[in-house]
Ligand binder design. Structure first.
Ligand SMILES: *Cc1c(COP(=O)(O)O)cnc(C)c1O
Length: 730
């Protein structure tokens, strides 16, 4: 199109545009933008783990300029940058129409972890991924939103498996220069610095901004020379170390986060605590108001009126508790600042305020100091009300003020590249057939139109019509995605084996089949998730995987917490069986589970297995990532699946109830899992018509896509938070 020779100003603008693009995570959910970075250096793109910032450091300015001299590449860069700017500047957002009250005073969202993308590994699991997806949807919706977290210089651990199949952990140092981070500077161009008191010391921190589309997320970073060495490394690792490190991280997050916002002149209308880790922010808000002259009671009531809290787990260990001694040492400044005795301060984190033996619980502080609280699925809301009844004397379980909003995922971010293209093409076909205008380029009218489309029920209903997407097309999409996963797994397994000869390449290419029913299980190896449950049926399992007519195969992945030996022994068991039993070749374990592995698996598997000990899976989100890819859930009716399952859009393991005895529950669930597999899943998958198409299976996929995809999204979830919690109570 533009065949004229570009001026050097034009080239410089495009070049700086690409740098700007690389430092905004918007590209992580825009396929055209990703393609540009990948093309600039395919090998760095793969080796540096899809890191746009690092790719641009690898390609010299001169090389970039030369690339931009090529008209077609220049046209595409221009198009992506136009889309990017249109997205950032879109005036008619959902929030503009529905939450304009928040425009001047944003929602401040505090989370100890954020999972945005594989290049920024500062999340331990689902909680962080949810926070990242919350921020992305807030951006799509145009919500006035700012995130607060910590910059973990060593991130979350990387997993390696030793000769005894035992998980070991290693860490690599994250260099901000190679990451999508911008240092927060003051008007003079100097790093902004704030401080918090930890024990007897003052600890300074700076901040880094992650641009998530329109929304900033600030990462607090105490790695400064003015801090003593042990404070400098305080935030080196996600939830790193013992409870001393943990309480210091949480004071930094809660108190430091509020101080940073004040320093930046940001005046939030709501403070949203994603889990109890950030609850010290309540005490900082109280301190501010007392400094302005209010009494403790009035200040506490005023702080409470600004805070909302989401609890994420019924698992006891998931609720931080600190001993009175640790609190007395680390938080000794809090009590005098708030005009309280140490015992009164401790009482704020106790169910029984006067029980001197009760530790200080962050969840209790968060519940006492928030105007509203919620769980993350209907069942989890009910379980949480029961769990915390004693905190609300005089109230029955049903009256406990904890509601629920079911979690979601950020759909545009989780859709695999090939799948985005596929659905986009199908939609264009629908438009053509219905006399609507079809754009030529692979980007659509205004830049946020794609986000709007994929989050709408109409979009999925339309393209799920068999006249738009035929069974044959759907089935070939499934084949493509399964092959991509199997090839990804073979590559990873080869590297894991670390012995690469020609023979190995051949051997590893025989692992797994591209035709077999592929069942995936990938999540944190917390014991309640019961990763090895299926192996309770070992003999039966051997029969299933070795069935020549209707073979089944399993792909596992997941990390155990560094101090969770029970979780590690689950990993050991699965890897051992995958290498040394009759299951070999049909069961594999992919190391180092992270967002990239999650994307491969939730797209490529045919079935997504989830067998937690009910009701401990508060929501679960990995199963939601599967829907747009045509992978079906096979799950216990816990968390979100209890609401999502409609009888046709996947499979349930067992009934909507559970035995109270844990051993009995494990026994029954393992039998029910085997029953669901052999009576429903396997026959349905292998029931092919004369053309070799599994019509019944595809019918389930259609039902899954149209009922789950538009519903279990953070687009819907954030809208609910706005309506139910962010806008009310003022
Ligand atoms: C989605 C995701 C999770 C959450 O999975 P659950 O279903 O909640 O267990 C955890 N880790 C990663 C890397 C994810 O992408």
């Amino acid at each position: 199109m533009t065949s004229h020779e570009p001026s050097s100003t034009e080239l410089a603008e495009l070049r700086s545009g690409l740098h700007r693009l690389a430092r905004n995570l918007w590209w992580t959910w825009n396929q055209d933008a990703q393609d540009l970075f990948q093309e600039l250096s395919p090998r760095s793109w793969q080796n540096l783990y899809h890191n746009a910032v690092a790719v641009l450091r690898e390609v010299s300015d001169y090389e970039l300029k030369v690339h931009l001299m090529e008209p077609e590449f220049r046209r595409r860069v221009t198009g992506v940058l136009q889309d990017f700017d249109a997205y950032l500047n879109e005036p008619n957002t959902w929030a503009h129409e529905n939450a304009s009250q928040l425009e001047e005073h944003p929602v401040a969202y505090f989370s100890a972890e954020f999972g945005f993308h594989e290049t920024l590994p500062i999340a331990a699991g689902g909680l962080g991924v949810l926070a990242g997806d919350h921020a992305k949807a807030a951006s799509d919706l145009g919500l006035s939103f700012v995130g607060i977290s910590l910059f973990y210089r060593e991130g979350y651990f990387q997993q390696a498996i030793d000769g005894n199949n035992w998980q070991t952990e290693y860490y690599s140092w994250l260099d901000p220069k190679n990451l999508p981070l911008e240092q927060v500077l003051d008007a003079d161009g100097e790093p902004v610095k704030c401080s918090v008191r930890l024990g007897l010391s003052t600890v300074f921190f700076q901040a880094w901004r992650v641009n998530v589309g329109r929304c900033p997320v600030y990462l607090l970073d105490p790695y400064l020379d003015e801090n003593e060495e042990h404070f400098k490394k305080l935030a080196a690792r996600v939830y790193g170390g013992d409870s001393t490190t943990r309480i210091m991280q949480e004071i930094l997050l809660g108190v430091g986060g509020v101080r940073l916002l004040r320093t930046l002149g940001i005046a939030p209308s709501v403070f949203h605590m994603n889990e109890g880790h950030a609850a010290f922010l309540i005490l900082e808000l109280v301190r501010e108001r007392m400094a302005a002259g209010l009494s403790f009671d009035d200040a506490f009531a005023a702080a409470k009126a600004e805070c909302v809290f989401t609890t994420h787990t019924p698992v006891e260990a998931g609720h931080d508790r600190f001993s009175p001694e640790l609190m007395a040492y680390m938080a000794h400044k809090f009590a005098p600042q708030l005009g309280l005795t140490q015992e009164q301060l401790l009482g704020l984190g106790r169910v029984r305020p006067n029980d001197a033996h009760e530790p200080f619980c962050m969840t209790v502080l968060a519940l006492k100091g928030s105007r509203s609280a919620n769980g993350v699925s209907e069942l989890h809301g009910a379980v949480s009300r029961e769990m915390w009844t004693s905190l609300f004397p005089g109230k029955t379980v049903d009256q406990v003020p904890i509601g629920h909003i079911t979690n979601g995922v950020h759909l545009p971010g989780w859709m695999k590249g090939a799948v985005r293209r596929f659905w986009y093409t199908q939609y264009c076909d629908w438009e053509k057939a219905n006399g609507k205008a079809t754009p030529e380029a692979p980007h659509i009218r205004t830049a946020d139109a794609w986000e709007r489309l994929v989050n709408s029920q109409d979009f999925w209903t339309r393209i799920m019509d068999p006249s738009v997407t035929s069974d044959e097309e759907l089935w070939s999409l499934r084949y493509k995605l399964r092959r991509q996963l199997v090839e990804f797994a073979r590559r990873r397994l080869l590297i894991q084996g670390q012995r690469i000869s020609q023979r190995d390449f051949i051997e590893f290419d025989h692992l797994l089949s591209t035709d077999a029913l592929t069942i995936g299980f990938a999540r944190r190896f917390a014991t309640y998730k019961r990763a090895p449950l299926i192996f309770d049926q070992f003999e039966n399992m051997v029969r299933l995987v070795r069935d020549p007519q209707r073979p089944v195969q399993f792909i596992f992945a997941g990390k155990a917490h560094p101090r969770d030996d029970a979780g590690k022994s689950f990993i050991q068991k699965i890897i051992h069986l995958s290498k040394h039993s009759e299951l070999k070749g049909h069961v594999v374990f992919i190391e180092n589970y992270d967002i990239h592995v999650a994307r491969q698996m939730t797209s490529g598997c045919d079935v997504w297995l989830n067998n937690p000990r009910r009701p401990l899976e508060a929501s679960g989100t990995s199963g939601m990532k599967t829907s747009t890819h045509g992978c079906l859930n096979l799950s216990i009716l816990d968390g979100w699946w209890r609401e999502g399952f409609n009888g046709q859009n996947g499979f349930a393991i067992g009934p909507d109830s559970h035995p109270s005895d844990v051993a009995e529950q494990d026994r029954v669930d393992s039998l029910n899992l085997y029953k669901a597999l052999t009576e429903q899943v396997i026959p349905c998958f292998y029931n092919r018509d004369a053309d070799g198409i599994p019509r019944q299976w595809l019918k389930r996929i259609r039902s899954a896509i149209s009922t789950l995809a538009p519903k279990y999204t953070t687009w819907r979830m954030v809208q609910e938070y706005v309506a139910k919690y962010y806008l009310t109570g003022k």
